[in-house]
Design a binder for this molecule. Structure first.
Ligand SMILES: C[S@@+](CC[C@H](N)C(=O)[O-])C[C@H]1O[C@@H](n2cnc3c(N)ncnc32)[C@H](O)[C@@H]1O
Length: 314
């Protein structure tokens, strides 16, 4: 029990890493995010290969989010699982691309902190649409007209079901699930139950998953032992063995089809002008290290229903 709580704390602390890395890259001009500074006060400079890796991640995910918005004409919903301090809602809001509903879930410890930051910053709270001007807060949850932030453990499906209901989720709307570096922290059997449950109740949906891959090779084993030395047990790492294992976990759990790419493929597919621009931001001494990092992360997509059958082209 004490061990489990320590594991959960280490998992929650990964949100700080992700937010700090995003803040570092934004500070240097890799991409624009006018909101991350409200969640991370002290910028700490990261290595160039980390900044470039985050750029590929953010841009890669953005391509699929844009696709979803276009396909659904804005008449869909986005559910961000393990959202941490992600700022996607505010970025979409400023771009005029908000879907009908946007839901963020994370451990209550994390959502409580996010609620605090949102309450504290006018630039964040003013962008939460409300028809009647009312935003409902508890310590861990926030409900606005089309934005809901709720605390739930993704391993507990009845808890999740209850929170989805409170977030006014519509099960028949086209839905995009996003999980960035989340499932790797969840035991594979719990992820299987989660994926099965979501596939069953959201019959018209697409899932975007970003996380580690090729974890069985030498470099992957070093990454694993570094994370474990910081208390992160990576309970779901067995599904991060290869692109095939990443896809299989969807198709054996009720999802119609799946595709996956390493971040090398995603980086290569980015527009040449964008790559040229970011490659001039900082000198990269160890290009080999960047390639190795990109080879050990992937984006996988899985879908259900006909709306998303052509979703997988990059
Ligand atoms: C590496 S952070 C990523 C945060 C965010 N997705 C991003 O990309 O910036 C992983 C997040 O997953 C959340 N998480 C992991 N396991 C979870 C679980 N069982 N239930 C809810 N959230 C979970 C953690 O609390 C943390 O905020």
């Amino acid at each position: 029990m004490i061990r489990d709580m320590a594991d959960d704390e280490a998992t929650q602390a990964t949100n700080n890493d992700a937010s700090e890395c995003k803040r570092s890259a934004v500070q240097l001009g890799y991409w624009t995010d006018n909101f991350i500074n409200f969640f991370v006060k002290q910028p700490s400079r990261k290595a160039p290969e980390i900044n470039r890796g985050y750029y590929a991640r953010v841009k890669g995910i953005e391509v699929f989010i844009d696709k979803f918005i276009k396909i659904t004409g804005g008449n869909g919903q986005i559910i961000n699982l393990g959202a941490g301090f992600d700022t996607l809602y505010w970025k979409l809001k400023d771009a005029g691309n908000i879907p009908i509903n946007f839901v963020e879930l994370d451990f209550p410890n994390i959502t409580a902190k996010k609620c605090y930051h949102i309450k504290k910053h006018k630039q964040l709270i003013d962008r939460l649409n409300t028809e009647d001007g009312e935003i409902r807060f508890s310590t861990t949850d926030l409900h606005a007209a089309n934005y809901h932030l709720v605390g739930a453990d993704l391993r507990h499906l009845s808890d999740l079901a209850n929170k989805l209901k409170q977030a006014e989720v519509n099960f028949s709307l086209p839905t995009l699930f996003l999980a960035e570096c989340v499932l790797v922290y969840i035991d594979s059997s719990a992820t299987s139950l989660l994926l099965k449950y979501l596939a069953e109740i959201f019959s018209n949906s697409v899932f975007i998953n970003y996380e580690q891959v090729n974890m069985k090779d030498k470099f992957g084993q070093v990454m694993l032992s570094n994370l474990r030395s910081r208390g992160c047990m990576l309970a779901g790492v067995q599904d991060c063995e290869s692109l095939e294992s990443q896809q299989r976990r969807f198709t054996i759990n009720g999802w119609k089809s799946s595709c996956a790419w390493t971040m090398v493929d995603i980086y290569d597919s980015l527009p040449a002008t964008d790559k040229l621009r970011i490659e001039h931001i900082e000198m990269l001494d160890e290009r080999e290290l960047l390639i190795q990092l990109l080879q050990h992360y992937c984006i996988s997509i899985a879908w259900n229903g006909n709306t998303f059958k052509n979703f997988s082209t990059i």
